[in-house]
Design a protein around this ligand. Sequence first.
Ligand code: FRU
Length: 603
Amino acid sequence: MSAAGCMLSTSALADNGIKVEHLGVDNTLVRITGDGNFLLLPIQDTVDDAKIDVIVDNKLVKTFYARLAKSKTDVTVPFDLTPYKGKNVVLNIETPQGRSSVREASGDICWKAMEVSDSYDSSNKETKFRPSYHHSPEWGWMNDPNGMFYKDGKWHLYYQWNPYGSRWQNLSWGHAVSENLVDWEFDGLAVEPDGLGYIFSGSCAVDPNNTAGFGENAVLAMYTSAAKSQIQSLASSTDDGHTFVKYEGNPTLTLDSEARDPNFFWNEKTGKWNLLIAHALEHEMLIFSSPDMKEWTLESAFGKGLGAQGGVWECPDLFELPVEGTKTKKWVLICNINPDGPFGGSAAQYFVGDFDGKTFKVDTDAQGKVPTKWMDYGKDHYATVSWSDAPDNRRVVVGWMSNWEYAAEVPTRQFRSANTLPREMKLFRGGDGQIYLASEPVAELEQLRGDVVVDALKSTLGTTPLQFRLPESTEGLCEILASFEASKNSTVDLTLSNSKGEKVVMKYDAKERTLSFDRTQAGISDFSAQFPAVTVTPTYEKDGKITLRIFIDRSSVEVFGNDGRFVMTNLVFPNEPYLNIAISSPEGKATLNSLKVYSINRK
Ligand code: FRU
């Protein structure tokens, strides 16, 4: 085509450090002309993704997707230009308009709102719902916590992250580090997508004996490379997990069916690595072994037909724990499943049994059946796995505090999703003879305790509720310690509410031996029909005596009962903090032994 008759569509946004050239209805070139550290990209959460090819000195160096703003900017995300300093950087952007669509890309607001800048402001703008003491990403979408390991006094947490928007996309590993499991410091993007695909979930462990050849005490990472197929890749780090070098021989393990979320650990007894991979659509976990993390032998498969089977099997974990009060040790196999959780959508089930390095043999009940067991009976506890190499034989887990049913719709923008509080795993024998997993908040969380803002003495509970009010200064952030007992056939209601009439009602039912959690009137819920829910957990006790530890953050409630023997994690989006606590027993046959509420020592 000759140039005659063509419109020259170049517009130089000199002040913004870019030059924009519209090449057609759905194709735009953005040249970087300024020399700042970041290109700030305006994102509109509800539009479709644009495909962005990053071309540096004529070479395609990466492709990513972002919902570039068309009519309004919900959030701004940074694209890091520092690796390309002094080079020619051009973004070749395909916007989602088709040739038939009404408006051309040139009409979108993103081109004017884009700018090169030396800094990116990641300070919190989600004042209402951003957790104040749970880990959440500074910006962007997050799902599974993964790759967690402990080394030299530091707890490393990686997570499935989209650095370029608040919905699932561009899956990478973000990294955060903590010395106390309470305060998390963001450490940037640790593993980025590559030619083999997105970086899906996986695990890490320290290699003290250099079995994999990357150095003594190198941190090894194994993750799923996800593109057309899901294959497993290896990476290593010699700077304590800050950066990873991908193994040049990747992928290290391929199968001809959907398999993901490799979880590996060094098995002291066999002197080999063991690896579990979720054979997602087959509803089973594949178990492998290897001397060097590169050559893998398939040893067995576990789980076909067992436990909950209605969803894909994902994110396995396998570890050994002592059974409380005995000399017995048992193995726990965690199997996250989505959907088919007890209240719809995602949930974490587990199996208890024995493991010899090759085969996991599951315990059965008195009828010879394998009972389905859940780690948490709330709606927002998924992809839960543990830290490798934790000190003092501790087994600490963390879960993703959301549910695939509505995770992308929750009313937050700058970040989407937080993690649960870290939990200490223990095994106990229930009244039915079965061995169960208890989840206790880690001891480190006690440092969050601020002032005692409610301290109630023993009293009889009746139809008229005992009412308590938290000081405004708490902003509703608190830890509640409640201890009560109810006689047979009676119930106890513990209600959190605000002045807008929004409430969460927890009901202990001594006859059913259950605790329910009703969030149907908890606050904003119109973003998803699946959100309003009543969740119910067995309480396992036999005597009507209940102690609860309830952690309330800005958009979550975690209930730990009887030393973690039952747990419920649920998101809530109240328009105002819950400052009212009411306790009653409609049948009048229950006693409050104590109620103590601590404010939370941070904002
Ligand atoms: C679980 C999961 C994993 C996968 C990851 C992708 O939530 O589906 O199986 O690795 O998310 O982000």
